[in-house]
Write a protein that binds this ligand. Structure first.
Ligand SMILES: Cc1cc2nc3c(=O)[nH]c(=O)nc-3n(C[C@H](O)[C@H](O)[C@H](O)COP(=O)(O)OP(=O)(O)OC[C@H]3O[C@@H](n4cnc5c(N)ncnc54)[C@H](O)[C@@H]3O)c2cc1C
Length: 197
Protein backbone atom coordinates (compact mmCIF):
# COMPACT_ATOMS: atom_id res chain seq x y z
CA UNK A 1 0.00 0.00 0.00
CA UNK A 2 1.43 3.40 -0.99
CA UNK A 3 0.33 6.64 0.64
CA UNK A 4 1.59 10.22 0.58
CA UNK A 5 3.64 9.35 3.67
CA UNK A 6 5.23 6.14 2.49
CA UNK A 7 4.72 2.51 1.58
CA UNK A 8 3.39 -0.12 3.95
CA UNK A 9 3.10 -3.87 3.93
CA UNK A 10 0.11 -5.11 5.94
CA UNK A 11 -1.91 -8.26 6.52
CA UNK A 12 -5.16 -6.28 6.25
CA UNK A 13 -6.20 -2.81 5.12
CA UNK A 14 -9.09 -1.02 6.82
CA UNK A 15 -10.43 2.00 4.94
CA UNK A 16 -12.10 3.85 7.81
CA UNK A 17 -12.90 6.99 5.86
CA UNK A 18 -15.68 8.40 3.74
CA UNK A 19 -16.23 6.80 0.35
CA UNK A 20 -15.41 10.22 -1.14
CA UNK A 21 -11.81 9.49 -0.21
CA UNK A 22 -11.93 5.86 -1.33
CA UNK A 23 -13.17 7.06 -4.72
CA UNK A 24 -9.88 8.89 -5.27
CA UNK A 25 -7.67 5.92 -4.42
CA UNK A 26 -5.92 3.94 -7.13
CA UNK A 27 -6.70 0.34 -6.27
CA UNK A 28 -5.23 -2.63 -8.10
CA UNK A 29 -6.54 -5.11 -8.92
CA UNK A 30 -9.88 -3.43 -9.66
CA UNK A 31 -12.72 -3.89 -7.22
CA UNK A 32 -15.47 -6.37 -8.08
CA UNK A 33 -18.16 -4.65 -10.14
CA UNK A 34 -20.87 -4.57 -7.38
CA UNK A 35 -18.42 -3.10 -4.85
CA UNK A 36 -17.09 -0.55 -7.33
CA UNK A 37 -20.65 0.52 -8.17
CA UNK A 38 -21.49 0.87 -4.48
CA UNK A 39 -18.33 2.78 -3.57
CA UNK A 40 -18.79 5.21 -6.43
CA UNK A 41 -22.57 5.46 -6.36
CA UNK A 42 -23.63 5.71 -2.72
CA UNK A 43 -25.46 8.93 -1.93
CA UNK A 44 -24.26 11.42 0.65
CA UNK A 45 -26.15 14.09 2.57
CA UNK A 46 -25.52 17.78 1.97
CA UNK A 47 -25.75 19.26 5.47
CA UNK A 48 -24.24 22.72 5.83
CA UNK A 49 -24.12 24.19 9.34
CA UNK A 50 -23.70 27.93 9.81
CA UNK A 51 -23.38 29.47 13.27
CA UNK A 52 -23.65 33.16 14.02
CA UNK A 53 -22.74 34.73 17.37
CA UNK A 54 -24.85 37.60 18.70
CA UNK A 55 -24.07 39.98 21.59
CA UNK A 56 -27.46 39.37 23.27
CA UNK A 57 -30.05 36.61 23.06
CA UNK A 58 -33.04 38.39 21.61
CA UNK A 59 -34.88 35.25 20.55
CA UNK A 60 -37.37 32.99 22.27
CA UNK A 61 -36.12 29.60 23.52
CA UNK A 62 -36.65 26.62 21.26
CA UNK A 63 -36.26 25.38 17.76
CA UNK A 64 -37.46 27.36 14.75
CA UNK A 65 -37.99 26.51 11.12
CA UNK A 66 -38.29 28.86 8.20
CA UNK A 67 -39.28 28.62 4.56
CA UNK A 68 -36.11 30.62 3.94
CA UNK A 69 -32.77 29.11 3.09
CA UNK A 70 -31.57 28.76 6.70
CA UNK A 71 -34.21 25.99 7.06
CA UNK A 72 -33.77 25.05 10.75
CA UNK A 73 -32.45 27.46 13.37
CA UNK A 74 -31.63 26.61 16.98
CA UNK A 75 -29.40 27.82 19.79
CA UNK A 76 -26.52 25.43 20.60
CA UNK A 77 -25.42 27.73 23.45
CA UNK A 78 -28.81 27.44 25.17
CA UNK A 79 -27.33 25.90 28.35
CA UNK A 80 -24.26 28.13 28.46
CA UNK A 81 -23.97 31.16 30.74
CA UNK A 82 -23.07 34.62 29.47
CA UNK A 83 -24.71 37.44 27.62
CA UNK A 84 -23.85 36.50 24.05
CA UNK A 85 -25.32 33.50 22.27
CA UNK A 86 -25.05 31.54 19.04
CA UNK A 87 -27.76 30.65 16.57
CA UNK A 88 -27.14 27.76 14.22
CA UNK A 89 -28.66 27.25 10.77
CA UNK A 90 -28.85 23.54 9.88
CA UNK A 91 -29.41 23.35 6.18
CA UNK A 92 -29.77 20.19 4.10
CA UNK A 93 -31.16 18.86 0.84
CA UNK A 94 -30.90 21.14 -2.19
CA UNK A 95 -30.43 24.10 0.19
CA UNK A 96 -27.37 22.54 1.82
CA UNK A 97 -25.99 21.73 -1.60
CA UNK A 98 -26.53 25.32 -2.76
CA UNK A 99 -24.94 26.83 0.38
CA UNK A 100 -21.91 24.57 -0.10
CA UNK A 101 -21.18 26.34 -3.38
CA UNK A 102 -20.95 29.74 -1.64
CA UNK A 103 -17.87 31.17 0.07
CA UNK A 104 -18.08 30.91 3.88
CA UNK A 105 -18.52 34.69 4.52
CA UNK A 106 -21.47 34.73 2.13
CA UNK A 107 -23.13 31.84 3.96
CA UNK A 108 -22.63 33.56 7.30
CA UNK A 109 -24.08 36.84 6.00
CA UNK A 110 -27.07 35.02 4.52
CA UNK A 111 -27.74 33.08 7.73
CA UNK A 112 -27.39 36.25 9.83
CA UNK A 113 -29.88 38.09 7.60
CA UNK A 114 -32.40 35.26 7.87
CA UNK A 115 -31.98 35.00 11.65
CA UNK A 116 -32.49 38.75 11.92
CA UNK A 117 -35.70 38.52 9.91
CA UNK A 118 -37.00 35.41 11.75
CA UNK A 119 -36.52 36.80 15.25
CA UNK A 120 -36.71 40.54 14.60
CA UNK A 121 -33.18 40.99 15.95
CA UNK A 122 -31.92 44.55 16.40
CA UNK A 123 -28.28 43.43 16.70
CA UNK A 124 -25.07 43.22 14.74
CA UNK A 125 -23.48 39.75 14.67
CA UNK A 126 -20.15 39.32 16.47
CA UNK A 127 -18.92 36.67 14.04
CA UNK A 128 -19.70 33.32 12.53
CA UNK A 129 -18.47 29.98 11.30
CA UNK A 130 -19.82 27.74 8.59
CA UNK A 131 -18.96 24.24 7.45
CA UNK A 132 -20.28 22.52 4.35
CA UNK A 133 -19.41 18.83 4.45
CA UNK A 134 -20.31 18.44 0.79
CA UNK A 135 -17.47 20.81 -0.11
CA UNK A 136 -14.89 19.03 2.07
CA UNK A 137 -12.68 16.70 -0.01
CA UNK A 138 -12.12 14.34 2.93
CA UNK A 139 -15.86 13.94 3.56
CA UNK A 140 -17.72 14.59 0.30
CA UNK A 141 -20.96 14.95 2.22
CA UNK A 142 -22.35 14.89 5.72
CA UNK A 143 -23.12 11.16 6.00
CA UNK A 144 -24.28 8.26 3.85
CA UNK A 145 -27.77 8.53 2.41
CA UNK A 146 -28.90 5.35 0.71
CA UNK A 147 -31.04 6.56 -2.20
CA UNK A 148 -33.96 4.58 -3.67
CA UNK A 149 -32.65 1.21 -4.87
CA UNK A 150 -29.29 1.57 -3.13
CA UNK A 151 -30.09 -0.52 -0.04
CA UNK A 152 -30.78 -3.60 -2.14
CA UNK A 153 -27.91 -2.96 -4.57
CA UNK A 154 -25.17 -1.57 -2.31
CA UNK A 155 -25.81 -2.74 1.27
CA UNK A 156 -24.19 -6.17 1.06
CA UNK A 157 -21.19 -5.41 -1.20
CA UNK A 158 -20.11 -2.56 1.09
CA UNK A 159 -20.21 -4.83 4.15
CA UNK A 160 -18.23 -7.75 2.79
CA UNK A 161 -14.44 -7.97 2.94
CA UNK A 162 -12.75 -7.71 -0.41
CA UNK A 163 -9.89 -10.09 0.16
CA UNK A 164 -8.01 -8.39 2.98
CA UNK A 165 -9.47 -4.95 2.35
CA UNK A 166 -12.28 -3.85 4.67
CA UNK A 167 -14.49 -0.77 4.73
CA UNK A 168 -15.36 0.77 8.09
CA UNK A 169 -17.34 3.86 9.02
CA UNK A 170 -20.90 4.97 9.49
CA UNK A 171 -21.73 4.18 5.86
CA UNK A 172 -21.34 0.43 6.47
CA UNK A 173 -23.05 0.28 9.88
CA UNK A 174 -26.37 -1.32 10.77
CA UNK A 175 -27.68 2.17 11.50
CA UNK A 176 -25.89 4.52 9.14
CA UNK A 177 -25.31 8.22 9.72
CA UNK A 178 -24.49 8.08 13.43
CA UNK A 179 -21.48 7.87 15.76
CA UNK A 180 -22.72 4.58 17.19
CA UNK A 181 -22.72 3.07 13.71
CA UNK A 182 -19.16 4.22 13.05
CA UNK A 183 -18.01 2.47 16.25
CA UNK A 184 -20.06 -0.62 15.52
CA UNK A 185 -18.49 -0.92 12.06
CA UNK A 186 -15.02 -0.75 13.63
CA UNK A 187 -15.88 -3.58 16.01
CA UNK A 188 -17.30 -5.62 13.14
CA UNK A 189 -14.15 -5.25 11.05
CA UNK A 190 -11.85 -5.91 14.03
CA UNK A 191 -13.77 -9.09 14.85
CA UNK A 192 -13.54 -10.19 11.21
CA UNK A 193 -9.78 -9.63 11.10
CA UNK A 194 -9.16 -11.44 14.40
CA UNK A 195 -11.26 -14.38 13.16
CA UNK A 196 -9.21 -14.49 9.96
CA UNK A 197 -6.09 -15.02 12.10
C1 LIG B 1 -23.90 18.03 10.37
C2 LIG B 1 -23.77 16.68 10.98
C3 LIG B 1 -24.51 16.37 12.10
C4 LIG B 1 -24.40 15.11 12.69
N1 LIG B 1 -25.12 14.84 13.83
C5 LIG B 1 -24.96 13.66 14.45
C6 LIG B 1 -25.62 13.37 15.68
O1 LIG B 1 -26.34 14.21 16.22
N2 LIG B 1 -25.44 12.15 16.25
C7 LIG B 1 -24.62 11.22 15.68
O2 LIG B 1 -24.45 10.14 16.26
N3 LIG B 1 -23.98 11.46 14.52
C8 LIG B 1 -24.13 12.65 13.90
N4 LIG B 1 -23.48 12.91 12.73
C9 LIG B 1 -22.79 11.81 12.07
C10 LIG B 1 -21.45 11.48 12.65
O3 LIG B 1 -20.66 12.66 12.71
C11 LIG B 1 -20.83 10.44 11.72
O4 LIG B 1 -21.69 9.33 11.60
C12 LIG B 1 -19.48 9.95 12.24
O5 LIG B 1 -18.59 11.01 12.47
C13 LIG B 1 -18.89 9.02 11.20
O6 LIG B 1 -17.70 8.51 11.70
P1 LIG B 1 -16.73 7.79 10.71
O7 LIG B 1 -15.59 7.30 11.55
O8 LIG B 1 -17.47 6.84 9.85
O9 LIG B 1 -16.24 8.92 9.70
P2 LIG B 1 -15.51 10.30 9.98
O10 LIG B 1 -15.89 10.87 11.31
O11 LIG B 1 -15.75 11.10 8.74
O12 LIG B 1 -13.99 9.88 10.10
C14 LIG B 1 -13.24 9.57 8.98
C15 LIG B 1 -11.87 10.19 9.16
O13 LIG B 1 -11.07 9.85 8.04
C16 LIG B 1 -10.24 10.94 7.77
N5 LIG B 1 -9.76 10.87 6.39
C17 LIG B 1 -10.46 11.00 5.25
N6 LIG B 1 -9.66 10.90 4.19
C18 LIG B 1 -8.40 10.66 4.67
C19 LIG B 1 -7.12 10.44 4.09
N7 LIG B 1 -6.97 10.44 2.76
N8 LIG B 1 -6.08 10.23 4.90
C20 LIG B 1 -6.21 10.22 6.23
N9 LIG B 1 -7.40 10.41 6.86
C21 LIG B 1 -8.47 10.63 6.09
C22 LIG B 1 -11.14 12.16 7.99
O14 LIG B 1 -10.37 13.33 8.19
C23 LIG B 1 -11.90 11.72 9.23
O15 LIG B 1 -11.23 12.14 10.41
C24 LIG B 1 -23.55 14.15 12.13
C25 LIG B 1 -22.78 14.47 11.00
C26 LIG B 1 -22.89 15.72 10.44
C27 LIG B 1 -22.04 16.05 9.25
Amino acid sequence: MRTERGSFVADHVVLACSLATVRRMTITPSMPVPLHAAVHGLGYGTITKTSVQWPHRQWPPGYATTAGRAQRVYEPTMDQPGESGILMAYCGGDGGHQWATMPEPERIALAAAEMTAMHGLALQPLGGYSRAWGAEPRFGGSYAVYEPGQVTAFWQPLREAWGRVHLAGEHVATCTGYMEGALESGETVATRIVAAG
